[in-house]
Design a protein around this ligand. Structure first.
Ligand SMILES: *Cc1c(COP(=O)(O)O)cnc(C)c1O
Length: 471
């Protein structure tokens, strides 16, 4: 079926222009940033024109968009990008994501988008299998771990209050029994955002002392629980953002159960250790929790944005999130309406890309990738530690390394100078952060293509930078 409208053909040419630009970009950009990334102010000047008064040719504007954007793109899809914790957007996922847009499906419910809902349902079944989490759990496909944690904690709030006879969905939090929230000192900052949105308060949490790797100390966790009466939500962590450390779940989970707490896990990237037999011991016992927030766009390599809110008690999950209206037909029988498990009604079909990436990698491909990244981190840490004045601060158990530069304890000034130098030199990308009051270089090995071939050039880039700073 063709349309005679010449404008329509011109509109479609935009899709091909985008595909050409994407393929050219990925072909030319196999490792990291090859050039210093153009500064924001300069990019702003490139883009800033008066508001368009008349329309433009779609293919031409896509080419313009690519030409103006590419100098300002971070090399996040390459093999030498170690900033923050960022996946590399697997091409299969990107392609599936294009189709999700091209098909224009509003993936709220089965009636509006049957294929999107079916593929999402299957992707959810695969996720539970790969992460080996309770198969009865429900999953909401959301924008990332921040929102995944929010959704899970909304289910937690609903369940712990329902247990004491309070309907938070109907009656809100005014006059409700107090809900205690317990988490580790080194919990991720986005959990505080989630607690803030939920009316649980970012400032009234009970913080549990952690050890030198950022793991909750079980005795301190037990002590905190002992002081609390009434509904409790406890939050554990799989993969600390700096050290990659895991809370000791074998001890934490039974304590949480005994206190009647809902146990949530922030496992944005670390939960994926469970999909890798050689690292699964780190995530042992995490299946005992009640809910789990994790990301697609970190270790799984789905394109941005994608996260998974996983809740064992599907009823609590739905109660917290469900939307009903007369014009929204409910799914029949076993069918699952995605919007019942997330905050949004109208939404992107994230199941397409999730399905595609899981299919492209397979169970063995995911396990191999996680192991390759962890091995790379261990090897790089070992290599750098041999250089005088370089100190690896954490136990490298997963994909995270934090590094100090300088004699003895190292210094903030030298560490920051090395980070600047590495970024300017642009052979690889690493960022910084503060750990225990001191600046460290942060290395997150999380991009799909990173492997042994990158080890020498990356180690050299860091050592060269440090030698230049040391003088
Ligand atoms: C990245 C991260 C988050 C936030 O995830 P987003 O995908 O950025 O929303 C939360 N917790 C941990 C441990 C993380 O690493």
């Amino acid at each position: 079926m063709t349309r005679p409208d010449p404008d329509f053909a011109a509109d479609l040419a935009a899709l091909e222009a985008a595909a050409r630009a994407a393929v050219a970009y990925r072909t030319a950009m196999p490792s990291a940033e090859r050039w210093p990334v153009k500064a924001y102010d300069a990019l702003l000047a490139d883009f800033r024109t008066p508001t368009p008064e008349t329309g433009a040719d779609p293919a031409a504007l896509i080419e313009e968009l690519a030409a103006k954007s590419e100098p300002g793109l971070r090399g996040a899809t390459g093999s030498r990008f170690f900033g923050w914790v960022i996946g590399a957007s697997h091409p299969a996922g990107v392609a599936a994501d294009w189709l999700a847009s091209a098909w224009g499906q509003n993936s709220a419910n089965v009636t509006a988008a049957p294929a999107a809902c079916a593929v999402e349902q299957v992707a959810c079944e695969w996720l539970l299998d790969l992460l080996d989490l309770p198969r009865e759990s429900s999953i909401g496909l959301v924008t990332g771990a921040t929102v995944a944690n929010f959704v899970c904690l909304a289910a937690a709030r609903s369940a712990v209050l329902a247990k004491v006879g309070w309907d938070v969905e109907r009656d809100g939090l005014f006059g409700a029994p107090e809900v205690h929230v317990v988490l580790g000192e080194d919990a991720h900052s986005t959990l505080y955002s989630a607690l803030k949105y939920l009316g649980l308060g970012a400032g009234r949490v009970k913080k549990v002392a952690t050890d030198d790797q950022g793991r909750m100390i079980p005795a301190a966790f037990a002590e905190t629980l002992r002081t609390l009466k009434g509904p409790i939500i406890a939050i554990a962590q799989a993969g600390q953002i700096n050290t990659g450390a895991f809370d000791p779940m074998a001890e934490i989970a039974p304590l949480a159960k005994a206190a009647g707490a809902w146990l949530h896990v922030d496992g944005a990237f670390g939960l994926w250790a469970r999909a890798c037999p050689s690292r699964a011991h780190l995530g042992e016992g995490y299946e005992l929790a009640d809910s789990w927030g994790t990301d697609g766009h970190k270790w799984l390599q789905t394109p941005y944005d994608c996260g998974f809110a996983i809740v064992r008690d599907a009823e609590a999950h739905r109660r917290a999130m469900a939307i009903s209206a007369s014009y929204l037909p409910p799914a029949e029988g076993e069918a699952r309406d995605p919007s019942q498990y997330v905050m949004e009604l109208s939404r992107r079909g994230r199941g397409f890309a999730t399905w595609a990436v899981i299919k492209a990698l397979g169970r063995t491909g995911i396990a191999e990738m996680v192991e390759r990244h962890c091995r790379f981190a261990a090897d790089l840490a070992q290599r750098l530690a041999r250089e005088p004045g370089v100190r690896i601060v954490n136990d490298v158990v997963l994909n995270q390394i934090i590094i100090r530069f300088g004699e003895g304890e190292g210094s903030d000034a030298e560490t920051l100078a090395v980070i600047d130098r590495v970024q300017e030199d642009a052979r690889c990308f690493m960022g910084g952060g503060v750990w225990r009051g001191q600046w460290v270089m942060r290395v997150s090995v999380c991009g799909g293509p990173t492997g042994p071939a990158d080890l020498d050039p990356v180690a050299e880039a860091v050592i060269d930078a440090w030698r230049a700073v040391r003088g």
